[in-house]
Design a protein around this ligand. Structure first.
Ligand code: CTP
Length: 396
């Protein structure tokens, strides 16, 4: 690995002292560390000790005119290969999520297009608070990598998630982030979300897909360096940053867009495509009639996007489908793989009691030519990372 430069932003939390160990370990690996301390961080660690360990000047003031003349804050963040916030406090996460820029740390984080990693550390209640979880979701959606927090005893005497990840784990995450991802140079297409099939200009048929799993997969593929085309129906969750977003409404529009993007190295069809559309959707809003006659909807089957690309002439090297089932999950999913002609099927049970549709966890079984591989129950983001790593292996 060429010499890499990490801009290390130390925020004001009790875990700030661990940043000193982090600096030492990063420098042992030949990584240059440029430290930035927030005002609050200086209550926990001294600029002098940070400077001595990093063998670098410590930056802390947005309005240091000498530095502005020598090296503007824009330059400071752009010259880094990675921005790391260790520890990331609830307050700094909130500022990042909102795009504040009222001190040097937040300004650097806003003024950069360099990858950003955070290692949150805070009291368990602060971590669990909906506001922090909202900010976390925003940051993940923006492409920020998050390490930890982990469960454990905390300085405040409580126990639970909120304790900063261990320093060796943060070092490993930083090293991984500084290494070119295995999917650099690969193009991957992801379909996601539900489709909306119009009945008339104001009504449509849809399903309960939130788009969360497809969005997490697109983000995980992006994190491994892939160039991602993200074809999404009207989803509840925002699309990830750093991918090319192609919004569509209907199954037919999704198929047209997908075909226009081929060839790609791999395709992941995570969309919950509506199986049927309404024939002759009305151009004007359908009105109730005075005699109480009920409208009749006639359906036609939608094109199958997964089957079309699996069997088409521009077939990606690897095609991954999902199987959302409510009974006989493995049998149905295995049959689906054969019928559609894709390489892998990620099967899951979407019965309402599983809470998978619209929830943030998933329990999947990956079916490929070698059989079924059941995965433990885990957050959708972890399913996405593991699937992205499996895709990278398959394309290697
Ligand atoms: N799929 C697709 N186009 C469709 C229907 C489904 O690309 N018109 C894809 C989905 O993105 C998913 C896979 O096919 O990857 C399976 O979707 P699923 O809804 O589980 O299966 P269906 O084909 O709809 O079969 P059924 O409704 O009979 O279970």
């Amino acid at each position: 690995m060429d010499a890499k430069n990490v801009l290390l932003i130390i925020a004001g939390g009790i875990a700030a002292f661990k940043a000193l160990d982090l600096i030492r370990r990063l420098r042992d690996r030949g990584i240059t560390v440029t430290p930035v301390l927030t005002k609050a961080a200086q209550e926990f660690v001294t600029p002098l000790s940070v400077s001595a360990l990093a063998a670098s000047k410590v930056y802390s003031d947005l309005f240091d005119l000498t530095d502005e003349a020598e090296m503007g804050h824009i330059e400071l963040s752009r010259s880094a290969d990675l921005l790391c916030v260790v520890p990331a406090t609830a307050d700094l996460m909130a500022k990042m999520a909102q795009g504040h820029a009222d001190d040097l740390a937040s300004t650097l984080l806003l003024a950069t297009d360099t990858p950003v990693m955070i290692a949150p550390a805070m009291n368990v209640r602060m971590w669990d608070h909906p506001a922090t979880q909202r900010n976390l979701a925003t940051l993940v959606g923006d492409g920020v990598q998050v390490v930890g927090p982990v469960d454990g005893p905390m300085a405040c005497g409580e126990f639970g998630p909120g304790r900063m990840a261990d320093v060796p784990d943060i070092v490993a995450a930083i090293e991984a982030a500084l290494t070119d991802g295995p999917l650099v140079g690969k193009r991957v297409l992801v379909t996601s979300g539900p489709t909306h099939e119009p009945i008339d200009p104001v009504r449509y048929i849809a399903n309960r897909s939130s788009g969360a799993q497809g969005t997490a997969i697109a983000a995980a593929l992006r994190d491994l360096g892939a160039e991602v085309d993200f074809v999404t129906g009207p989803a509840d969750v925002p699309p990830p940053a750093g991918v090319t977003v192609h919004p569509v409404q209907t199954a037919q529009a999704m198929l047209d867009k997908v075909q226009s993007l081929l060839p790609v190295d791999a395709a992941v069809c995570a969309a919950a495509v509506a199986d049927w559309r309404v024939v002759g959707a009305a151009d004007e809003k359908i009105k109730k009639d005075s005699k109480g006659t009920l409208p009749t909807l006639t359906f036609a089957e939608n094109p199958d996007i997964l089957a079309t690309i699996s069997q088409g002439k521009n077939r990606p090297r690897l095609v991954v489908g999902f199987a959302a089932e409510t009974e006989n999950v493995l049998d149905h999913a295995t049959a689906k793989r054969d019928r559609k002609g894709c390489d892998w099927i990620v099967a899951n049970d979407v019965s309402p009691e599983t809470g998978i549709m619209g929830g943030d966890r998933n329990t999947v079984t990956v079916i490929d030519e070698n059989g079924a591989e059941p995965w433990d129950d885990m957050p959708k983001a972890d399913v996405a990372r593991r699937l992205a790593a499996r895709i990278a292996d398959a394309l290697a």
